[in-house]
Write a protein that binds this ligand. Sequence first.
Ligand code: UD1
Ligand code: CA
Length: 451
Amino acid sequence: MKTALIILAAGKGTRMNSDLPKVLHPLGSAPLLAHAMRAGATLAPEHTVVVAGHGAEQVRRAALEQDPTVHVAEQTEQLGTGHAAAQARTALAGFDGTAIVLFGDTPFVQPETLSAMLAARGAGHDVVVLGFEAADPGRYGRLVMTGDSLERIVEFKDASDAERQISLCNSGVLACDAALLFDLIEATGNDNASGEYYLTDVVGLARARGLKATAVTCDEAETLGINTRAELAGAEAAFQARARAAAFENGVTMPAPDTVQFALDTVVGRDTVIEPNVVFGPGVTVESGAVIRAFSHLEGCHVARGGIVGPYARLRPGAELSEDVRVGNFVEVKNAQIGPGTKVNHLSYIGDATLGSGTNVGAGTITCNYDGVMKHRTHIGDNVFIGSNTMLVAPVHIGDSAMTGSGSVITSDVEPEALALARAHQVEKPGMATKLLQILKARKAKQQRGS
Ligand code: UD1
Ligand code: CA
């Protein structure tokens, strides 16, 4: 079945009390909107339309970052969910298939649930709504059913006391033939308690035309919508719990899972160990059999098989570690490719650099990549030994099998197999240490006599 997604994301999110549009608040280091888009993307839709309003430019950028093929439609005035969905009409002109409406602030809808809704469409239902049994139905819209047939949705504000007793609630997710959906929305009015064009009214309108509507149900946790920062924090906890469970399923070892933070797109291979207090920012892939030791922070990086990272390591965007690389404690790596088996074990900064294989970088080494104006690269070959506390002033090349002496400030290229020493010669003054101490003692004695 051909599908198109319409993701509603124009609302202000007043209760977030924020300058940032609600759908851009991060959950698992990704905007809320990205979660809904990702769930929808599992259906391989022909089109995805994001309806933006508040902070439209920011929302547009975030949507395109997540999926460059997305259409962004603008809803300049927030006149209700029906009016919002109608803004997708132009983008979907000529599309012949099922439109699925998702909310940008509802991140946990599962792919299987959307598939179940499409299956209900395939079974001949014109409109399929995702409902859930609410523990506390509160102000949700209520689904009025007759057997399997969904008769209409009534918003809480418009519901009678009897209707408010219904515990089967509307999640907001809806599937309907696209052309029919726009047609039905056109027929909605705003003569209701909120003065809004309700998307939910399409159900009653469809039934009045003798069309079939039904509800598919899911767990309440899936339909959780974010309205406040407290709910966002609760959602983060739920997201992390799911991500940790998924990591266990995928064969990852975590002795203290509650202390590990994942991002929406984190990928961790089988038999990898993640020690306590590791944080994954966006864009991290760790292959099989690696160890990410305690208190490490990774973002936008790749760790190949057998790598050992940390404890207390920081991998920043563009850090590419080949197989069996070691990056030890208090080492920061940014925009650098590190070849197989190379070790950077202690207290170093490796930025804007390419390192070959089998190289050993001594403690306290710094790639001086920034001259205050421009960034420059450092190239280090294979089987190089960089002595402790070497400053590599980029741009600079260190040839294969070369060495640098400890404490060197390397400003020129080093030939393969050469030893480069670039530090001041040591000067020794016999007896000077004792002499200095005697001078100091004499001064103190004089001061005491004077006071
Ligand atoms: C909606 C449903 C309600 C359901 C509830 C589930 C309607 C009329 N009501 O109510 O039945 O139980 O969700 O959470 O659909 N939006 C726009 N433009 C608008 C209005 C809303 O883009 O003009 C977007 C919002 O950004 C949000 C989503 O639509 O992502 C839902 O809007 P919201 O105002 O929160 O709807 P509810 O009143 O919660
Ligand atoms: Ca809402």
